[in-house]
Design a protein around this ligand. Sequence first.
Ligand code: FAD
Length: 143
Amino acid sequence: MLVRLLYASRATGGIDNESIEAILGQSRASNPAHGITGILCADVRSGVFMQTLEGGRTAINRLYANIVGDPRHTDVTLLDYAVIDERAFGAWHMGSIAIDRLNAGNILRYSETTTLDPYSMSAAAAQAFLLELARGAAVASRD
Ligand code: FAD
């Protein structure tokens, strides 16, 4: 059974290329073996993460438990959890988007302001935002 999980969190020590690469390195080393795909969106300015994870229910629940306990972020908030029939982010073992590379219009389409605040977005808007980014050219890396 496939599920998709979406959460938001706040980085405890800010977000820079080094911290993103450390997370992506771990993700890309582990996610393929557990059949996990998804996308990590990092707002460098506000220090907010948003991540969608897709895969088998057991694997996703296990990873989310790890993620919730990770000291690199706090305020980890589950925004959405659903059983799905097919993956939307299947091309990425963990794609990544750094918000500072995005056009403000990308954010404004789904948010109240040009500052990304997933805590005030509906789950549907947050998923649609990530999907739009994944379908566009903004995703930095695929594997
Ligand atoms: P590990 O040493 O990775 O695993 C211990 C054992 O559990 C191993 O035998 C391993 O094979 C098994 N195992 C690990 N994961 C699973 C699973 N999902 N299902 C079944 N068995 C499993 N880490 C990721 O791996 N992927 C991500 O996408 C990811 N995204 C992150 C996003 C953010 C914003 C942050 C802050 C961290 C993220 N991390 C991610 C890192 C994560 O929080 C843990 O640091 C990482 O999972 C390693 O945890 P660990 O050392 O306890 O487990």
